[in-house]
Design a protein around this ligand. Sequence first.
Ligand SMILES: [Zn+2]
Ligand SMILES: [Zn+2]
Length: 234
Amino acid sequence: MINNNDAIQYNLTQALTGPTCPVCRCLAEATRRFLDNLMYEFVNDNQTRDRLRATRGFCREHAWTLQKMGDPLGHSILYADLIDAYRQHLEKKGLLSKIKSTKFGQGKEEECLACREEREMERRYIFGLLRALNNGEFREAYRSSAGLCLPHYQLAEQQATDGDVRATLREVQIDRFAKLSAELKEFIRKSDYRNVDELPGEERDAWIRAVGLWVGSPHVEKEQRPFRHKKQPV
Ligand SMILES: [Zn+2]
Ligand SMILES: [Zn+2]
């Protein structure tokens, strides 16, 4: 019986029915939740603002993930804060240029906060997946899932200590790669002018799925989530 009290295992079990790598799916959800909470805190909490200033905001990937989540007010506050801090830094640098050079946002926390969180969550989800694969019910569900993206497969395979678990991971992965490769070849075949009359089948979006399988899924898929309502600080 799957232990649904274990949030990691529960989320993974839910993600097994999705069309993409279940670890990517869980991480995307965790990252969205993290960013959502961080922005919620940020609007009212000076410490969070200091942390974001120290990391110069987010990395490119997470900055755009957050942007796609919406929240115009949160973004306005965040970027006005960062821009003003950088402007002041430039002004100060102009005054101090002959004395010493200073770096903007050179604090202890230089890494994007979402990257750091995501790495930790990834470690927990890979560990959770390997543990869950010892469960027969989960293993069966995993066999009919989309399989892992290449980066998560490699992480899982490196960390798997159980021979059966490693064999399951490998079998599923070989099968998913074989299917996708066949779909890509079918797409190529139908792109030939001699076959233009054939209707496109399931292979029509194989090229998009190939990118996801190779590098992992994007954080924000087509659906967008409404942002939590926030009040501007007074
Ligand atoms: Zn993945
Ligand atoms: Zn990041």
